[in-house]
Write a new protein. Structure first.
Length: 219
């Protein structure tokens, strides 16, 4: 179902919420550069089916409301343009608003994909709102690798990601040896998205199993 969140600066944004009434923990799910589209709702629903209360905030509401993109070259260009208009410090306020809207008293985690992978990292290093964080192919993590996580973090990358070179992954591992990092041989960017040409079902399944095991351990 769709709900409305209010960030600390007064900004109002939409969010997708799912999960059982007796959830074992809460998760903030962070979108790619394509909005809270069909894929992100499926991701949220999969975590809800695993027993989590989930909220997926519409980060693009900062610049344009109701954005749901596909995966064409034009969609990629538009998504990157929209993302470029949003200050990362304001995005942090939005994920904190989502965290605050999760059921009270539950441990909280965050998991993000693509742009959301970077945002998830920011949530781990720039706030104390989460007890665990997972990032899938976050392209901006290397730039913030010197920032120390305040909770356990797990990261997933594709070996042949055209936008995240292995040198970036190595730099993250060198700077943050405490972070669990997985690299998937032969996989590219977006290998976990069933609507992309880069989708690798086997790798997506393994990454999801690792993500769920990580949250089970830390939440």
């Amino acid at each position: 179902m769709q709900i409305t969140l209010t960030a600390a600066d007064g900004h109002s944004l939409a969010a997708y919420r799912a999960g059982p009434s007796d959830a074992k923990a809460g998760l903030v799910i962070v979108q790619e550069i394509f909005g809270v589209n069909r894929h992100m709702r499926r991701v949220a629903d999969s975590f809800a089916a695993a027993g989590y209360a989930v909220i997926c905030p519409a980060l693009f509401d900062r610049t344009e409301r109701g954005v749901e993109l596909g995966y064409t070259a034009e969609d990629v260009t538009r998504g990157r343009t929209l993302r470029g208009k949003i200050d990362e410090h304001l995005t942090l306020l939005d994920i904190l608003a989502a965290a605050g809207a999760l059921p009270a008293g539950l441990p909280r985690g965050i998991v993000g994909y693509c742009w959301g992978g970077t945002v998830s990292w920011h949530g781990a290093v720039r706030s104390s709102a989460f007890q665990a964080a997972v990032g899938w192919y976050g392209g901006g993590i290397a730039a913030a690798r010197e920032e120390k996580p305040r909770c356990p973090v797990q990261l997933h990358f594709g070996e042949v990601d055209g936008s995240i070179p292995l040198s970036d992954v190595s730099a993250i591992q060198a700077a943050r040896p405490e972070v669990e990092v997985f690299v998937y041989p032969g996989a590219g960017h977006g290998f976990g998205c069933e609507e992309r040409g880069s989708y690798v079902p086997a790798d997506a399944e393994v990454a999801q199993e690792r993500t769920l095991a990580f949250f089970k351990k830390h939440l």
